[in-house]
Design a protein. Structure first.
Length: 170
């Protein structure tokens, strides 16, 4: 068991990897308030899990794994809840102004929309791939073989390219 982190060490760890946490939360949550809650939940899980961190692996890989597991669990919970009810949130779409810089390009918006339509595993694969993670790192994060990761990503790229070209014929 690893010694506990000081508050400053934990803050530095989260600050160093906040991009991973925000990216995963943004990919799995539409609503800004739910996204904030998910970010907090991921941070709590990182705090609780630090004693089990294995230094043989990169911290970014470990944080990706925690963030994805928490996000997928939250996504499944929300999906079950929304199947039982019909909240207004599902009707209201957040304005495009909430998107980051460069995300107003219609092609990028279309790409994000296509990725958002993927199932949980394939969405995670594409997020990790687009974040320039190696196949080895992606395999470690998702518990797949490198060969399986490469095959799935190549199939996803072809599928997304085909859908993208149907949406944007130019």
């Amino acid at each position: 068991m690893r010694p506990p982190l000081t508050d400053d060490q934990f803050s530095a760890l989260i600050d160093e990897h906040k991009g991973i946490i925000y990216k995963i939360a943004h990919s799995y949550c539409r609503n800004a308030e739910d996204r904030k809650d998910l970010i907090q939940e991921i941070i709590v899980h990182v705090w609780k899990s630090h004693g089990r961190y294995d230094p043989r692996f990169k911290q970014s890989t470990w944080i990706y794994r925690i963030a994805l597991n928490v996000a997928i669990s939250a996504y499944r919970r929300e999906k079950r809840r929304s199947e039982r009810t019909s909240p207004l949130e599902e009707i209201i779409i957040e304005p495009a102004a909430k998107q980051g810089p460069g995300e107003t390009d219609p092609k990028i918006v279309t790409l994000h929309r296509l990725i958002d339509q993927l199932d949980e595993l394939n969405r995670a694969l594409m997020i990790l791939y687009l974040d320039d993670n190696s196949y080895r790192d992606i395999a470690g994060i998702l518990g797949l073989t490198e060969t399986n990761v490469a095959t799935k990503i190549n199939r996803l790229k072809l599928k997304i390219k085909e859908q993208f070209n149907q949406t944007n014929p130019d």
